[in-house]
Design a binder for this molecule. Structure first.
Ligand code: FAD
Ligand code: NAG
Ligand code: NAG
Ligand code: NAG
Length: 502
């Protein structure tokens, strides 16, 4: 991490930021006694959206802002840990790990790829189609079934497109699969379907929006997935980017926002330590989950149209569970991805070995991914209980191996964390475009919103957070500089064309 940012941290720790409240909306730029806690713009949250919004304001000539972040560093859902037994440690990613879609020929590059290249991140291609299949009896080849699930997923996105063309109503992805004849009734089929779809379940996801989301990312940036194995942590690209433009006086770390008061003349924010920060404008980049859980109090409460939008989108959870063994007991030529079909759908299904020349050879590490309700379930269990379950599965997968207990075991609890409350947003079938517009819309001209969830094309992804930080801050800059300012509009009532034909 950049030393400048550490510097800001120590300044805050010394209490050198003056705490006194000034009048919201006062023209701080001409106020000779201006204090660091009264600025033009407060950017709330130092994840990708917050950092890119700050950079955008800076590029627009607006430097009178403060970036406010609860954690001791920037990055948000880019979060790494040092994992492993003494002498065998590796830096791994608990949060985002892949640049999903890189660049398709001469098409636009994924902006995260551009940043990763600019800051020299160590990334490697990760082929998700290179897979070996297992079930509770061990290694079993059901690649034929797996291949059918690949086709069924393509069919789903195509049938969704046909519905859009005919203006047909949305449904769940489950409805789409079933109408397409993909019923996935066996454990092998269910696991294969899970691998294609379940970064949120088909039941919880919009048929159209999930297809649309997939298309926007992969049709724009191509099908490649680049995995970060950078030992500074994947967050390095956003921290280094911040270090290029951010002045220590513009950053407040370890600053937990408790209340956000707003009116059409300004905003004031109360931190957990009692300090009050004021500004003409605020940009809230907290996750959808944080907004849903009322972890931050808005004064007055957010209007109904905003609250309906917040509560109508959903926050998914995705968990990586890391294990390290004394040495690799899976064969050297083992495919890097593995799919395990349990009799219970979604029970420890997706596995990836990191003990490979491309990743961390000799590390003895692999990880398993779970999502959705299953993630919430393991967050409520103890590490010991989860480890016992996972080891049961490993022993099912490798019945001929005398599998030892792991040297190290770890998973992160994203859903329980009040700074995140999940991993990324998901678009359910009862969520309408108007809702989404409202999620993004400005409240009282002063309170703005951005983050992965507000991206209509790229919700869920890092590049969604990036584009939203850029676009929303560009709109804010227009307002701040005056002339032709339009705030982001909302729809007062999202109406249903034919409520029960009454
Ligand atoms: C496990 C996991 C895996 C993922 N994998 C990928 C992937 O491989 N590829 C991909 O493209 N995307 C992936 N994502 C999604 C990606 O990480 C997010 O879309 C993106 O990082 C969101 O950035 P953001 O700025 O919108 O939000 P955040 O990163 O959540 O930023 C918001 C910030 O607000 C701070 N905050 C919250 N509450 C408060 C408060 N009260 N006071 C002060 N600060 C507060 C938080 O600490 C955080 O830093 C993954 C996410 C997770 C969790
Ligand atoms: C599955 O698809 C892959 C990639 O298209 C192909 O190489 C493989 O032969 C297929 N396997 C089966 C069993 O259909
Ligand atoms: C997604 O892409 C496919 C293939 O390019 C296309 O047929 C389909 O209409 C698209 N779906 C949506 C919802 O846009
Ligand atoms: C801040 O929010 C807390 C609850 O989260 C509430 O008790 C308190 O009155 C609020 N303070 C202000 C200044 O609004």
């Amino acid at each position: 991490m950049a030393s400048k940012i550490f510097f800001a941290l120590s300044l805050l720790a010394l209490g050198s930021v003056v705490t006194s409240r000034s009048i919201p909306g006062a023209d701080s730029a001409t106020d000779a006694t201006k204090r660091a806690n009264d600025v033009k713009v407060l950017i709330l949250g130092g994840g990708i959206a917050g950092v890119i919004a700050a950079r955008t304001l800076h590029e627009q000539g607006i430097d009178d802002f403060m970036l406010v972040e609860a954690q001791d560093q920037l990055g948000g859902r880019l979060k790494s840990i040092t994992f492993g037994a003494p002498g065998k440690e590796v830096v791994l990613e608990l949060g985002a790990n892949w640049i999903q879609g890189t660049q398709d020929g001469d098409g636009p590059p994924n902006p995260i790829l551009t940043l990763a290249q600019k800051h020299g991140l160590h990334t490697v291609y990760n082929d998700w189609d290179d897979i070996k299949t297992y079930d509770h009896t061990g290694a079993v080849d059901y690649l034929d079934v797996f291949n059918q699930s690949v086709d069924a997923y393509t069919d789903l996105t195509v049938s969704a497109g046909a519905r859009v063309a005919k203006k047909l109503v949305d449904g769940t992805a489950r409805t789409g699969y079933s109408l397409g004849g993909a019923k996935s009734r066996t454990a092998h089929a269910a696991a294969s379907e899970y691998y294609q779809f379940d970064w949120s379940t088909p039941e919880e996801s919009s048929w159209i929006a999930s297809s649309w989301g997939n298309n926007f990312t992969y049709n724009t940036f191509g099908d490649d997935n680049l995995m970060s194995i950078d030992q500074r942590g994947f967050k390095e690209y956003i921290q280094a980017e911040a270090d290029d433009f951010l002045d220590p006086s513009q950053l407040a770390l370890n600053a937990l926002v408790q209340n956000i008061s707003y009116s059409n003349s300004g905003v004031s924010v109360v931190l957990a330590d009692g300090e009050t920060l004021t500004a003409d404008y605020a940009l809230c980049t907290f996750s959808l989950g944080v907004l849903q859980h009322d972890d931050v109090r808005f004064v007055p409460e957010l209007p109904q149209w905003k609250e309906e939008a917040i509560q109508s989108m959903t926050m998914a959870t995705y968990s990586k569970i890391f294990l390290q063994f004394p040495k690799k007991f899976w064969a050297d030529n083992e495919a890097r991805m593995a799919l395990y079909a349990d009799t219970e759908r979604g029970r420890y299904p997706v596995w990836q070995s990191l003990d490979h020349a491309k990743f961390f050879l000799g590390s003895g590490i692999f990880f398993v991914t779970v999502t959705g309700d299953f993630s919430q379930r393991i967050e409520a269990l103890s590490d010991t209980e989860v480890q016992a379950e996972v080891m049961g599965v490993v022993r099912n997968m490798f019945p001929d191996v005398d599998v030892p207990e792991p040297l190290a075991f770890h998973y992160n609890r994203w859903f329980s964390d009040p700074l995140f409350r999940g991993s990324y947003s998901n678009w359910p079938s009862s969520f309408f475009s108007e809702h989404h517009e409202n999620l993004r819309a400005t409240v009282d001209d002063r309170l703005w919103f951005a983050g992965e969830a507000t991206s209509q094309k790229f919700f869920g992804f890092m590049h969604g957070a990036y584009y939203e930080g850029l676009e929303v801050a560009t709109s804010m800059a227009k307002c701040i500089k005056g002339g032709g300012c339009v705030t982001l509009n909302h729809v007062e009532d999202v109406t249903n064309a034919h409520p029960y034909w009454i």
